[in-house]
Design a protein around this ligand. Structure first.
Ligand SMILES: NC(=O)c1ccc[n+]([C@@H]2O[C@H](COP(=O)([O-])OP(=O)(O)OC[C@H]3O[C@@H](n4cnc5c(N)ncnc54)[C@H](OP(=O)(O)O)[C@@H]3O)[C@@H](O)[C@H]2O)c1
Length: 271
């Protein structure tokens, strides 16, 4: 039997690579689609069993991209589409979330068999600072605000199931981790994994956005301000239901992702 081919837009990015692994583990074939495919979208989408419709992070015109891809998907005869949105897409203070809210509306009115995923921020977003020589959690917002941080591999597994299994048409799934956690919780959990102190440091929003392209900076600052006031809570029960088992805890994600940095001597519990 031939393996189903699933298209993954922005498939060479962080989320796309995790989704490709999850699809392969289910016997499907992931076809990464990127900016080079936009010129001949209909051709790129033909023959796909399903499409994971995902914009690159902070895309300046996500609704336009979503609209173009939906038009091409219909023309190419792709019937099933899973849209990668975000938790709280309708938050008015975050322009890139609002772009996803408008994307959701287009998906719901597309006439295709659609499913919408609303993942919270990934635990993995905080890994670069934890992998430095002096590991730290650096955030440009209140480190005690709560987030439904999710494990990226869990989100990818849920996406693979929505793409490959029946029964998800018309569903919108908010995907948070098993409990709400703060940046301070992440630092504490990382400290236990690494066997050394991991400080949580508050940095200026301008500093945190400094290396981003110009058009992204204002949106990032707006997101940091929202996080500073409200965090980004998200529920965890839907993700567990989709996985069919407990979702990955913060501690388990960090142990898996940082395990290579732990020398036998510094591992917790070793003397
Ligand atoms: N990070 C999080 O915590 C989080 C949480 C919830 C939702 N999300 C959402 O997840 C999605 C994926 O984020 P990500 O960080 O994994 O993606 P990403 O790394 O930003 O994706 C980058 C990829 O997108 C491709 N790309 C660039 N411009 C493109 C275009 N105009 N059209 C199509 N593809 C293009 C590039 O591939 P080529 O070089 O092949 O063009 C690149 O490899 C975003 O929509 C983000 O909002 C993220």
């Amino acid at each position: 039997m031939s393996r189903p081919r699933v298209g993954v837009l922005a498939g060479r990015g962080k989320t796309g690579r995790a989704l490709a692994r999850a699809l392969e583990s289910h016997g499907a074939q992931a076809r990464a689609l990127g900016s080079a495919d936009l010129e001949r979208l209909e051709e790129a989408l033909s023959g796909l069993a399903a499409l994971h419709l995902m914009a690159p992070n902070l895309h300046p015109a996500e609704p336009d991209l979503v609209g173009d891809v939906l038009t091409a998907a219909r023309a190419a005869g792709v019937e099933r589409v899973v849209y990668h949105s975000v938790a709280a897409p309708y938050a008015p203070s975050m322009p890139h979330h609002l772009g996803k809210a408008r994307g959701e509306d287009l998906v719901r009115r597309s006439g295709l068999d659609w499913t919408i995923l609303q993942p919270c921020a990934y635990v993995q977003n905080l890994l670069p600072g934890l992998r430095e020589d002096e590991p730290a959690v650096r955030v440009p917002y209140d480190p005690d605000r709560l987030f439904g941080l999710a494990d990226l591999d869990d989100v990818a597994e849920a996406a693979a199931r929505a793409l490959l299994d029946d029964g998800h048409t018309g569903a919108t799934y908010e995907l948070g981790g098993p409990r709400l956690v703060s940046a301070r919780d992440v630092a504490q959990a990382a400290s236990a994994v690494l066997g050394r102190a991991v400080p949580v440091l508050r940095v200026a929003p301008e500093e945190a956005a400094a290396t981003a392209p110009e058009h992204e900076r204002a949106w990032l600052r707006a997101m940091f301000e929202h996080y500073d006031r409200h965090g980004l809570p998200a529920g965890g029960l839907v993700l567990q239901a989709l996985l069919g088992h407990s979702s990955t805890t913060l501690e388990q994600t960090l142990a898996r992702e940082l395990g290579d940095l732990v020398s036998p001597r510094s591992a917790p519990g070793k003397s």
